[in-house]
Write a protein that binds this ligand. Structure first.
Ligand code: CO
Length: 201
């Protein structure tokens, strides 16, 4: 018994389209992986990294989790970071959050069960750090959206303090970190203007 045949069918059609447009497409990608960008985004199905920036396979190294969190103890994220910087020599890290993020919304609500609560606790800390600013926003949706932005900004700063990033900057490697947010309403990215390309002063 074959499961999910419709997905295999879509995959076959996709591979055929790729080959029709570019006969050497797969051969070329087999030979080398040379992306310039590491994307750290939310696992949300509505924010597919490659699609929203119009990038083909091979152009974007991607790490996604609930609410685009960079946890200092997360072996998964730290390994992605190390490999993309030290081996792939990517020159840009993009932390991309999105408005209407369920993970961020959870950080504004009551405690969840584990293990999700342990993960959301990282965003609750961002919320606490900006408690006064958030409390001054009367509208629930506006407060939620602002926390989506603040979460991205916090992750950019955490990234800038990781040993992998600090060491890359010390040896003069070109590496910029950017904080962006995606709007589900119009499909557009917004730059939060928090880019870093050296240890913050
Ligand atoms: Co999300």
């Amino acid at each position: 018994m074959r499961f999910l045949p419709q997905i295999f069918e879509r995959n076959r059609a996709w591979a055929e389209r790729q080959r029709a447009q570019d006969p050497e497409f797969f051969e070329r990608l087999c030979a080398i992986q040379h992306p310039s960008y590491l994307w750290i985004g939310c696992a949300d199905s509505r924010v597919p990294a490659n699609e929203i920036v119009g990038m083909a396979p091979g152009e974007l190294f991607v790490h996604r989790n609930v609410a685009n969190v960079v946890c200092r103890e997360d072996q998964n994220a730290l390994s992605v970071l190390q490999y993309s910087i030290d081996t792939l020599h990517i020159s840009h890290i993009i932390v991309c959050g999105h408005y209407r993020c369920g993970g961020v919304q959870a950080a504004l609500g009551p405690p969840l069960t584990q293990p999700l609560e342990g993960w959301i606790a990282h965003i609750r800390r961002v919320r606490e750090e900006h408690a006064a600013e958030l409390a001054a926003i009367p509208d629930d949706e506006a407060r939620w959206h602002r926390l989506c932005e603040l979460n991205v900004i916090a992750q950019v700063r955490i990234l800038a303090e990781t040993p992998t990033v600090v060491n890359a900057w010390k040896r003069g490697q070109t590496l910029d970190i950017h904080g962006w947010i995606y709007d589900l309403h119009d499909g557009l990215l917004r730059d939060l203007n928090v880019s870093l390309n050296g240890v913050p002063k």
